[in-house]
Design a protein around this ligand. Structure first.
Ligand code: FAD
Length: 373
């Protein structure tokens, strides 16, 4: 046995690191087990958009959760900078959903209508106004839906800052691959890592797309698996582009250092980490039509990552019923960067305060409980 503690977090992505930090601030003794470096999987592969308005087609629990999480970002960014010195590049200039033809425009107008009716900030801009915001847009652009309250961060930095802040709060980082979640009848007792046992009163499963596999080691059927996303990263000029851009399901995310992320695919191909020629071409076709000058930039990198996907595409947050000592925080799919702060807060409220401040019903693991061993 290596050591005992209050809480053991499995997985050091943005979700695990945010939870570890939050629980340590609340005074719990936390150990986080990660097989690589913090953020080495989806949390660095993602694009960092904090875009609940872009991501939702209607009012509902996902939008409520996303807005609640986005609201936590300004303070979190400041707090992380004060505590760690790291700037997570929280950017707030909004998102242009650009129209290249009538079909795009119809989709944009429909989104504009419900968002305005729901009381959100949204504007329909003509070509001249769109070009005034982003001069490199193609003259082919007919206009755009401008969502000024969708934001973004540098997500690899965010995970590093969360991990750093968690360590400063006293979280122990253990490097190793969790083989099994250990249980004794109706209680989880810890995990096995490379032949050793880590015991804990509470295990938080935050292993991203691998959470389903790990749950199976405790005899649980948790339908969480990988949804691959591919990104092409260009080497651009800092501050040349100022907004998130969307066009026909693809996007452009400018980072402070000049990197420009172009994404992304959505593929169910298991854990095959590849960038494929077809997906790269599809992304580049749409994006270069929108911003032709990007075609002159060097490709700096390409990568693929695995979004943690559950069949109803909602995160899974809360205790596994009828099994004491296991809490899930996974399945964040396309929105784990956005949802990390609220997930951490909800887990802390569940464990420390006893009552979450948002209705967790749509996100509880109960919806997937079919059978146990
Ligand atoms: C291309 C792409 C674009 C995206 N864009 C956005 C976006 O713009 N905005 C947004 O909000 N979200 C975005 N996402 C989604 C977001 O990245 C994920 O939802 C989020 O990163 C999930 O975080 P996580 O901590 O659950 O998973 P991960 O980051 O995958 O972390 C899980 C960790 O668990 C570790 N682990 C797994 N198994 C074990 C084990 N047995 N033992 C020890 N450690 C283990 C892994 O090494 C990993 O570090 C995007 C994702 C992709 C792929």
């Amino acid at each position: 046995m290596v050591r005992t503690g209050d809480v053991l977090v499995v997985g050091g992505g943005v979700i695990g690191c945010a939870i570890a930090y939050e629980l340590a601030k609340a005074g719990l003794f936390v150990t986080l087990v990660e097989r690589g470096t913090p953020g080495c999987e989806a949390s660095s592969a993602g694009a960092g958009m904090l875009a609940p308005q872009s991501e939702n087609a209607a009012l509902g629990p996902m939008l409520t959760l996303g807005l609640a999480s986005k609201a936590l970002y300004p303070d979190l960014a400041l707090e992380l900078r004060e505590r760690t010195g790291l700037d997570v590049e929280y950017e707030t200039r909004g998102d242009l959903h650009c129209f290249l033809d009538e079909g795009d425009e119809a989709v944009g107008r429909a989104a504009f209508a419900w968002q305005r009716e729901a009381g959100f900030k949204a504007e329909l801009l003509g070509r001249a106004d769109a070009l005034a915001l982003e001069p490199d847009l193609s003259p082919e652009v007919r206009g755009c839906l401008f969502l000024p309250e969708d934001h973004w961060v540098n997500n690899p930095r965010l995970v590093t800052a969360l991990a750093h802040a968690a360590a400063l709060e006293g979280v122990t980082f253990a490097r190793g691959e969790v083989g099994t979640i250990l249980r004794s009848k109706d209680r989880v007792t810890g995990v096995s890592v490379g032949g050793e046992t880590l015991r804990a009163a509470l295990v938080i499963l935050a292993a991203g797309a691998w959470s389903g596999q790990l749950a199976a080691t405790a005899g649980l059927r948790l339908p969480v698996g990988p949804a691959r996303g591919q990104i092409v990263c260009l080497e651009g000029i800092p501050r040349r582009h100022h907004h998130l851009l969307h066009v026909r399901g693809h996007y452009v995310v400018p980072r402070v250092n000049g990197e420009i992320l172009l994404g992304a695919s959505m593929e169910w191909v298991g854990f095959t980490k590849q960038v494929t020629a077809k997906v790269a071409r599809d992304i580049l076709d749409d994006v270069l039509r929108l911003v032709p000058s990007l075609g002159q930039l060097p490709i700096k990198a390409t990568w693929a990552g695995f979004r943690p996907w559950a069949p109803d595409e909602r995160p899974i947050i809360g205790p596994w019923p009828a099994l004491e000592g296991l809490v899930l925080a996974t399945g964040h799919f396309r929105n784990g960067i956005l949802l990390a702060p609220v997930t951490a807060r909800l887990v802390r409220e569940l464990l420390v305060d006893g009552k979450p401040s948002l209705d967790l019903t749509p996100f509880l693991p109960d919806r997937f409980v079919t059978e146990e061993r």
